[in-house]
Design a protein around this ligand. Structure first.
Ligand SMILES: *Cc1c(COP(=O)(O)O)cnc(C)c1O
Length: 493
């Protein structure tokens, strides 16, 4: 299968799309068509394990990889998880939680980022590239550590992670700062995630930067969800959740279900939409935002407007105003008309906004609905959900659960619904402990222990280990000095 750019650029192979990360015209790679899953395919997947399901779905898109190859990568990637990669837990008659946080960094990004290095390594060979790869990553908290865990000590690869120094949780910051691996570089910036992401996109689009890196023997690639290789592994768990529910007779063949997805850069929920386009029976995709609710406004009015204050919240991985992957949805809404996509993206860059005819929006993507949760609502949801169900939600998942509750109040919909849980509550121990106990514990590790005593939930071993690691990556620079700092990592020798 070929991949084309949302901005009109020519077709490339899957391997090339994964290596490049972003198209030369600044657009994002999308599959030239959506392969179809039949009811029979879904039924056959019931008896498969997760890596087999992954290999099957990946193989439908990545036609330049063999199925045996994909299966071996999926086995290696998901062996790093503590148990199943995407278990679905029933909460009540209609509510299910899909836990995606059992990977090495306790966030759903691990599902894709444990696999991406294998896909990229193979793409190098397939494309006959002799350059080393420089992975440049902007992170709002979770991608950074997940990318480091995926790429550390991978031969022929260097990784630079850029994160907002004051915009991530204490434990997220420590996870990144204490990373080992000879090829790992971590850069804090005095700015927010959008500043980090804009810098990365700018460097990708700068001929001068690219040439400078090429002289140093590197070609640039991205591990952000703008990379197709990040998105395709995420399609798998939507399908896997459905298949699991089918296998346990929770749903009947053909029965459509809802997904509620805590959303930032729009990668996760977009993968759910792609699963639907492949034929997965999906009723609604509920986009849940925190008070940085640009997407909520977009899906209700058709207007995307980033001219608004940026809020730091207790769900930092969703503190984003520019949701890059929305461009891929626009491409579908606009019947794959790249000129129209380009016009909207130019407007976003120049005016910080664009508008789509709202009737077209509702008509083309009726499955999308959007809600947002403010900080008080998120905190109350963590507390209530724990009281009622003895189940501890992290703040991102709580944003989703609160949005789902609002949706139920509005619609009374009795469709079975999977709430996508994206992080372990222990990554956000301070806020989660405060939500359930009412107490403020500023020390992150004391908060972890108190959360454990209070809720009698298990502390993930990765969090326990963190307490004894020393921060080694402590650089913090102004936004204007990002390029200089990155080049310094490679030009100093
Ligand atoms: C990244 C992240 C999200 C948002 O996912 P997107 O694909 O960016 O929409 C939600 N929750 C957590 C915990 C995350 O790390």
């Amino acid at each position: 299968m070929d991949f084309i750019s949302t901005r009109g650029g020519g077709a490339v192979s899957a391997g090339a799309a994964i290596l490049k990360g972003i198209a030369e015209d600044g657009g994002l790679f999308v599959p030239s068509f959506f392969p179809k899953l039949s009811a029979e395919d879904l039924r056959n997947m019931v008896t498969m394990d997760y890596p087999e399901r992954a290999a099957l779905v990946l193989g439908m898109f990545l036609s330049d990889y063999s199925e045996a190859e994909l299966l071996s990568y999926a086995r290696k990637a998901y062996a790093r998880f503590d148990g199943e990669p995407a278990p679905v837990i029933g909460v009540d008659d209609t509510t299910y939680v899909m836990e995606l946080f059992h990977g090495p960094t306790l966030a759903f990004k691990d599902i894709a980022l444990t696999l991406l290095p294998h896909l990229m390594g193979a793409a190098h060979k397939k494309c006959g590239s002799d350059k080393k790869t420089l992975i440049l990553v902007a992170t709002s908290g979770d991608t950074g550590k997940a990318a480091i865990e995926g790429f550390k000590n991978v031969e022929g690869t260097e990784i630079v992670v850029i994160y907002p120094s004051e915009g991530v949780s204490a434990l997220q910051k420590l996870q990144m700062q204490t990373s080992d691996g000879d090829n790992v570089h971590v850069l804090g910036i005095k700015g927010n995630f959008d500043d980090a992401q804009s810098a990365v996109k700018r460097i990708f689009n700068s001929k001068e930067c690219k040439e400078r890196f090429e002289k140093l023997g590197y070609s640039l690639s991205s591990a952000n969800s703008i990379n197709w290789g990040r998105l395709v592994p995420q399609i798998v768990y939507y399908i896997s959740a459905y298949v699991d529910m089918l296998g346990c007779d929770e749903i009947e063949e053909g029965e459509a279900i809802n997904f509620v997805v805590p959303t930032g850069n729009f990668g996760d929920v977009l993968a759910g939409y792609y699963a639907k386009k492949m034929g997965l029976p999906v009723n609604k995709l509920i986009v849940a935002s925190n008070i940085n609710n640009v997407l909520t406004d977009f899906f209700t009015s058709g207007r995307y407007d980033i001219n608004r204050p940026f809020h730091k919240t207790m769900s930092p991985s969703m503190d984003i105003l520019i949701s890059s992957n929305l461009e891929r949805l626009l491409f579908e809404i606009l019947d794959r008309d790249s000129a129209k996509v380009r016009a909207l993206m130019d407007s976003l860059k120049e005016e910080g906004e664009y508008a789509l005819d709202v009737e077209t929006l509702f008509e083309k993507v009726p499955e999308f609905l959007a809600y947002s949760s403010d900080e008080a609502g998120t905190e109350a949801t963590i507390d209530n959900f724990f009281e009622t169900n003895d189940y501890l939600l992290d703040p991102h998942t709580a944003v989703a659960m609160n949005s789902y509750n609002d949706y139920l109040t509005d619609t009374g919909d009795q469709t079975k619904t999977v709430v996508v849980s994206t992080a372990s509550p222990y990554k956000f121990a301070h806020d989660v402990y405060q939500a359930v106990s009412g107490n403020d514990e500023a020390d992150p590790f004391k908060a972890v222990k108190k959360l454990h005593s209070y809720t009698l939930t298990d502390i993930p071993k990765e969090i326990k280990a963190l307490e004894y690691l020393e921060p080694i990556h402590t650089d913090v620079v102004e936004v204007k000095d990002i390029d200089k700092a990155i080049f310094a990592y490679f030009e100093k020798e």
